[in-house]
Design a protein around this ligand. Structure first.
Ligand SMILES: [Zn+2]
Ligand SMILES: [Zn+2]
Length: 331
């Protein structure tokens, strides 16, 4: 099969992904073999490719927003009929036995495996994945439009939930890429007023097109204090900026897996019970809840399509804020 392989991390400008023929995976016990139709491109893929996330498998095939059809069931796998359309997310598997897993926090499992980082992902024609961690996809989304739901969507949704913002409340969103462009649609569905902060004029335009009540630069002051903030950009200097726009008691939820150092904070910014919390991975419950809500709303993802051979170009565009919505590889 064809796959985009990363032999060793390097700046995306050097095009470190190589499209080449590799053996088609065999589904192990409990796994399904998925013939990939589309794979979303996530900032985490950029962190894998550029080495901000240290290599856990090398060489590795990135990609963890995978839409495809079940082509083969491994021994003992029977959840999906052949031909079923499924999604493979970032959480490839958790061990199911540790304290985190047994307390509905499998996202924190220390033995978890991650698609496209510790195991091969979806920048390829096929991948094998444990059937228990694969999602059935709702009708009504094409493969290209469903792909960004699987990480940008699910992680954005978990970030929104962990921010504690209530229906009818007000919310800051920092960084208006793939995750924010989905999260704003959920927030609007809950009658939450969204204030978008981005260094990029195109992203501010997208936020306003999607119903933000206000859009400004990353360090601008909105017209009023807000209940909560979500940060999707990997820039630590946004943390004090976000605290500055919060009401007392508000939470800043950090949606990324990597962030540049957070500068020293004046305690006055944090005082009055403001909180900073990170968001790590997601549980299957997050994914199932989100996909149900995504179909109800229904969420529309803006996608820019790239061929599998153009994975380097897609990541480069993502790095330069040049994607409106989400980049997706058509496989
Ligand atoms: Zn566990
Ligand atoms: Zn992701």
């Amino acid at each position: 099969m064809r796959a985009c392989v990363l032999d060793s991390p390097a700046p995306i400008e050097t095009s470190p992904l190589r499209l080449r023929e590799v053996p088609k995976p065999l589904p192990a016990a409990g796994q399904v073999l998925v013939r990939v139709q589309a794979c979303g491109v996530c900032r985490t893929d950029l962190h894998v490719v550029e080495g901000e996330l240290p290599p856990r498998k090398s060489p590795v095939v990135p990609g963890h927003q995978v839409v495809g059809v079940v082509e083969e069931n491994g021994p003992g796998a029977s959840r999906f009929p052949l031909g079923a359309r499924v999604g493979v997310p970032w959480l490839y598997r958790a061990d199911g036995v540790c304290g985190y897993c047994r307390s509905d926090r499998e996202n924190l499992c220390e033995s978890a495996e991650f698609t496209g980082w510790t195991v091969d992902g979806g920048y390829a024609e096929y991948l094998a994945a444990p059937e228990e961690f694969v999602y059935a996809l709702p009708e009504g989304f094409s493969g290209l439009h469903a792909a960004p739901l699987l990480c940008a969507g699910i992680i954005g949704f978990r970030t929104l939930r962990l921010s504690g913002v209530e229906p009818g409340g007000s919310l800051a969103m920092y960084g208006f890429g793939a995750a924010a462009h989905v999260a704003i649609q959920v927030a609007r569905h809950w009658n939450i007023g969204v204030y978008a902060f981005s260094r990029d004029q195109r992203h501010r335009k997208l936020a306003l097109d999607l119903g933000a009540v206000w859009a400004g630069g990353s360090f601008d002051q909105p017209p009023l204090k807000l209940d909560a903030a979500l940060i999707f950009a990997p820039a630590g200097e946004l943390v004090p900026a976000a605290l500055r726009v919060l009401k007392r008691g508000g939470t800043v939820a950090l949606g990324g897996i990597h962030m540049s150092p957070i500068p020293p904070l004046d305690y006055g910014l944090l005082y009055h019970e403001r909180a900073i919390r990170s968001v790590a991975n997601n549980t299957r419950r997050d994914g199932e809840d989100f996909l149900r809500i995504a179909a109800e709303i229904p969420i529309h993802t803006e996608v820019r399509e790239f061929a599998l051979a153009e994975a380097n170009a897609a990541l480069n565009a993502l790095k330069n804020d040049a994607i409106r919505g989400a980049a997706v590889l058509r496989v």
